[in-house]
Design a protein. Sequence first.
Length: 458
Amino acid sequence: MREKIVRELESIVGAEWVVSAEEAVEGYLYDETPIPVRPEASSDVIVVKPGSAEEVSRILVLANKHGVPVFPRGGGTGLAGACIPTVSGIILSLERMNKIIVDVDNLMAEAEAGATLRDLIDAADKAGLSFPLHPGDEGAQIGGLIACNAGGARAIKTGVMRSCIKGLELVLPTGEIIRLGGKVLKNNVGYDLMHLVIGSEGTLGIITRAWIRLQPRSAASATIVIPFERREDALKIVPEIFRRGIIPLAVEYVERVLVERVGSNLGLKWPCTSAEYQLIVILSENSEDALLGALESLLELCNSSGALEPVVAETRKEQDEILRIRSEIYSILKPDMVDILDVSVPPASLIDLIRTVNELEIRYRVYMPVYGHAGDGNLHIHLMKWDGWTKEKYDELRDAIYAKAIELGGTITGEHGIGFIRRKYLERVLDRRTIELMRAIKRIFDPNNIINPDKVFP
């Protein structure tokens, strides 16, 4: 059967785009999910790299014919094991489909699913426009970012991927190619299947193309690092920022010991050394006057809220270095990490969440590094490796954090998704009937359970 499928795949995409040798397949088996919690990948897989939606369609028809699972793969930057092939099957990589066309007049990019975030940023910039979201690693592919509804640091002002997607080309699990939406800004025809697909984690079909709304470039920006003596004080100020009418591009919480460690590794110096707990606030405005007004209001708030002396980075180089350090925190922690949580709560409840984290650290005598998107209530809490700890201990700690997030009106994942590793927790967040409806939708899209068959649902 395997040899027959390989030959049929080669007839669809060409022999050079079918990879079956074990050593060549290895680089497609895993994503960035921490090793202690990621599932074991099956090595009995074939990697196929289609060059068009039509080829994707023929691959899925073939998979249905033989009852072979298909695992869509983007850039492999996910953190929940959503693209890991846990059973024998076909890994469908969209890497060849990477074209981007920018429609300047309509402020729209038409991007194939295999184009990367960096490709999209560069294409928009070349056209004199901007893709203001920054929903993750710049090597992440557009199809994966949409399928996982990626968020990132700038979600406060620009929203998540869902906010900028206006149309999709989708290949259904049974092989049909459909188009949902397009370049129009308003579309009120029927059920919104496009937004059902966004965030479905590759379980409802293969995204092959997207129409993405761009924006004019902002005229002025500044990055401010605000230090605090306590975790609680750093997070308590966040709701007040918005109540003052300041809408930053990003509000990130970081801890000095982490950013200094990252900076040292990168050969860079973290600019603020006066306290352990810090906020990074990025302001982006359409004029220098508007930026100055927002900056003055923010600094006045700092003076009245117990913050220590803020550090303002005004040059592009200084701002880029701060963001580069922030983006590498996960890489520094990953070798010593068991799991990265991304619970999300109403932003004003962050202080209650962080108090629980502090209490758990004391009770269990562990250190849990925390950083993340304070502006939208989405923090990344890390469970680190500890001598003598068992899986049961980590589960107990994770359960306590999830329980607190849900108690506060939040959820267990704000942006990483359920994937494979969070499936057993789905029933804590959703009632049985909701899960039944989701399963029914999956069956309608994918009657033979071909696409990502063991993801999302417990």
